[in-house]
Design a protein around this ligand. Sequence first.
Ligand SMILES: Nc1ncnc2c1ncn2[C@@H]1O[C@H](COP(=O)(O)OP(=O)(O)OP(=O)(O)O)[C@@H](O)[C@H]1O
Length: 719
Amino acid sequence: MAKKRSGKNSRLQSENEALEKLKEEVQQFDYEKLTSLEKFEDLPLSAPTQKGLHSAHFTKMTDIQKEAILPALQNIDILGAARTGSGKTLAFLIPVLEKLWYEKWTQHDGLGAIVITPTRELASQIFGVLKKIGKFHAFSAGLLIGGHDVKMERDRVSRLNILICTPGRLLQHMDESPGFDATNLQTLVLDEADRILDMGFKRTLDAIIDNLPPSRQSLLFSATQTKSVNDLARLSLVSPKYISVDEEQASTPQSLEQYVTIVKLGDKLDTLWSFLRSHTKNKILVFMSSSKQVRFVYEGFRRLQPGIPLLHLHGRQKQTARSEITDKFSRSRASCLFSTDVVARGIDFPEVDWVIQIDCPEDSATYIHRVGRSARAGKKGRALLFLTSSEEGFIENLTARKIPIQTLTVREAKKSSIQPDLQAQCFQDPELKYTAQKAFISYVRSIYLQKDKNVFDVEALDLEGFAKSLGLASAPNVKIKGVPATNNKNKPRALMEHAEKPDRVRTKYDRMFQRQNQNVLSEHYQKLAGVNDESEEDFMSIKRQGHEIDEEKVPQLADNTPASKRAQKKALSKKQTVASKPGPTKLVFDEEGNAHPIYELEDEEDFKKAGDAEAQRQNFVEGESKDMEVRDLDDKGVAKEKRLEKKRRRKELERLAKEGFDSSDDDETEFQVRLPSESEAEDEEPRKKSRRTEEPIEIDEPETLEDLEALSAKLLRAN
Ligand SMILES: Nc1ncnc2c1ncn2[C@@H]1O[C@H](COP(=O)(O)OP(=O)(O)OP(=O)(O)O)[C@@H](O)[C@H]1O
């Protein structure tokens, strides 16, 4: 026994000595030697990390790994900038593991490191890499992202040493999970740091930082790294080391060929279609500015069968669907994925041949990240950007960042038009038409919200041409209210006088449109009920850097063109019902008979006096919840009345049946109406006829006046 103990002690002693030696080697590392190092095994790393790297087949270091790992091991705060696909993930994961190893961290020591990324997809991917290279360590690690079972996460969160998470979910655990404790945190990593530090995540990140010990080390990585003093102050970085491996060059990979083509807004889909038809053997990623556009283009193109498998991805899908689609696209050799910016950053799809941006990205950073999904890890790739002529100024933004881009002209002869096909599809399928209308509106809205007004000009949009390209007969009646109407028929019937004060208008719109727009409310209630799997990353395409836009405060453009006449009628009656309810909603009717509230801008001073914007929003939502409850009761009353009416009708029919009348054709609402297929339709008519002839109404010969009256009553009912 004593022998066994002394054996264990001597093993521990030699492990301690090895660890001290390793630490010393790291601290005294001679940076002169750095350029001559090529492989991970040349670095003073722990045996489990070396083993993990070896088993994952990582042998040679990339430049950013060479430059960043050692300083990070020396406990220095790092701002790491390197091109997309250059291996930044290992540049921060290796120090995370090593730091805990140095501290002899055990599973019982609690939370030691947090990695925050802007999207669930990226968090899952990083978690996958950590599992590979960390598998010979004894640390526990967990993935905390929206769309997963939060209760299950809560049970485990106190036992995890390393967390990979999105900001919203992390804050949720900080607030709600009793076992969450970050007091011993050693390392905080922000991957895609500039994105996490921008306004979209500002409040969340500030709240997270408040819960972390200032003594931690911080590692910030991105292809478009922030150097803003304000950002760095927020994180209380201590003399951070800025590491940029290619400062003098573009942040896009050298192996990436980049092209731009100028297209009319109304020709974008034809051009995309023609491109896909001629690249059916390629793996293509197509970015669009909103989930509604993604849905429409996917649905429309799918019906027309371009000859390449199609996939679509956006933040409004369920997490399981999102994961399945990213997996499918990763594994495929030739396919086309339509996506919003949910996968614009960090996602490592293998061997994407083309990245197409059919909508101009909001800024050059977004451009860099989107095109960076191709030409990763030294592989070749190509990127094509569609710009309308009014957006040509964007090319200057790219050249200012030394991004080499060539102009490409699409050969007209090679282009085919799918407008008539999309029109036919929309005509046949009201749902597709509705999706097209939504896509139209969300595109106009996205242009209106863009910050860079030198590039994005909503007034320059050819809306009629755009609507036609989506298969719509004419442009939906899009309204951005409170703004003088433009006389040009080609331009939006939108009104934009307060465009120079977007934030104030937005806040006001939020309240106005939410009050009016049942869709927005239903989204909100779906969200509360957990039906809509929306997340912070859903807003990625809309949140603009430097804008303090809370997506829920963005104006909803009213779509006043229901899909069909029937739908128009329904919408009108719905609006009239809403109008008849007590409450402040005042309505006017446009020339098409659609009801609209009268909007007026609230005075900014009044708005400020009413208190904090967030509190006002909360009050509004609560008010609407109550209002909905009242309406719900009304609806239940109406439904009950309908049920009673149905019951009465059924009884009447039963009575008639007892009297010998076949009344099955009388009441469509009583039976399910099913349209017969062509072959069924052929024999449906004779069957009906024969039923009528085979089952004649029996008429007794009238003998008295009473008999005669009874007979005429019977005949009247039978007809
Ligand atoms: N040392 C290495 N040896 C071989 N392959 C590597 C090495 N490091 C990273 N890679 C591979 O390079 C690809 C890109 O790596 P990674 O995703 O870390 O890039 P990134 O710089 O974070 O990109 P982005 O800026 O787009 O987030 C991955 O497929 C990864 O497996």
